[in-house]
Design a protein around this ligand. Structure first.
Ligand SMILES: C[S@@+](CC[C@H](N)C(=O)[O-])C[C@H]1O[C@@H](n2cnc3c(N)ncnc32)[C@H](O)[C@@H]1O
Length: 265
């Protein structure tokens, strides 16, 4: 098995898309936000009927489906995982949205929009695609029509992270900002923050716990899978780091910015 590097530079001794697929089998939304929290964001966005929405790192297309069901908008989703794209396509078909939403399986950084007329552009939980929060806001803003929404999901520090945590996650203190710093990143690009929903400890537990359950269920149900030792190692590492440190110093929020009318990105 070729070694695989994930976004945090963790070396995986197995296919990373397989690992993320099997640990997120029980999720519709692969982020620490509740279903109700996501509905609050969907209600706030209010794109006009007939509008277009772009979601980079669209996962199982749950957000695109909810927006299309609520407002009749059409959507473009981009995700690199063949597993998530397959599940997204099933989700879209089962909800009768195949004529509304299209999914491209590719690296988000290689996506090229043919125009910049999207009412809403999003990247929830994958700002590494464009080199971080600022790069993501800048790129999404270029694809958004004046007056439209640029929506990002991003972690933020709630306390100083211990060195042991940074080391075990292969991240640096400067990889993330605090809550106000995330807002300032958008404002520095001329965007106005119009809405935000931050996660709570319950949201985090409900995000992480099903990943552990899904991993251990997978190992139990596929006893001959050659990746089981690595699946257990990665899961135990993620669980202990979250319980010891992540839960105490890192939070996550969705930020809805508006691109002012007449704004040149
Ligand atoms: C934390 S999940 C978020 C998924 C989705 N936005 C949601 O909220 O359910 C991160 C997603 O990013 C995708 N991804 C990772 N690297 C990517 C890349 N370079 N280009 C496109 N998608 C990527 C993964 O396959 C996964 O679906």
């Amino acid at each position: 098995m070729e070694r695989s590097i994930d976004r945090r530079n963790t070396v995986l001794e197995m296919d990373r898309w397989k690992f993320y697929w099997l640990t997120h089998r029980y999720h519709d939304i692969a982020n620490p936000i509740s279903s109700q929290g996501l509905d609050v964001i969907v209600e706030a966005l209010r794109p006009p009927a007939g509008g277009r929405v772009l979601d980079i790192a669209s996962g199982k297309a749950e957000v695109l489906c909810r927006l299309s069901e609520r407002y009749g908008v059409s959507g473009v989703g981009v995700d690199w995982s063949p597993f998530f794209c397959g599940e997204a396509t099933q989700n879209i078909r089962s909800r009768g949205l195949a004529d509304k939403i299209v999914i491209h399986q590719m690296d988000g950084k290689d996506f090229r929009a043919t125009d910049s007329s999207f009412e809403v552009t999003m990247c929830l939980g994958a700002t590494w695609v464009f080199g971080g929060l600022r790069g993501t806001l800048k790129q999404l803003s270029q694809w958004t029509r004046p007056g439209g929404a640029v929506v990002v999901g991003e972690p933020f520090w709630t306390a100083e992270p211990p060195a042991e945590y940074l080391e075990s996650e292969s991240i640096s203190r400067d990889d993330y900002s605090d809550h106000a710093g995330n807002v300032a990143a958008g404002e520095s690009l001329g965007l106005d923050l119009v809405f935000t929903v931050a996660s709570n400890a319950d949201d985090w537990d409900r995000y992480y716990s099903p990943t552990w359950l899904a991993a251990y269920d997978y190992i139990r149900d596929h006893p001959d899978d050659a990746d089981n030792t690595e699946i257990a190692r990665l899961t135990e590492h993620a669980r202990s780091v979250y319980l010891k440190h992540g839960r105490n110093c890192l939070n996550w929020a969705i930020y809805v910015f508006r691109k002012p009318s007449g704004h040149a990105a």
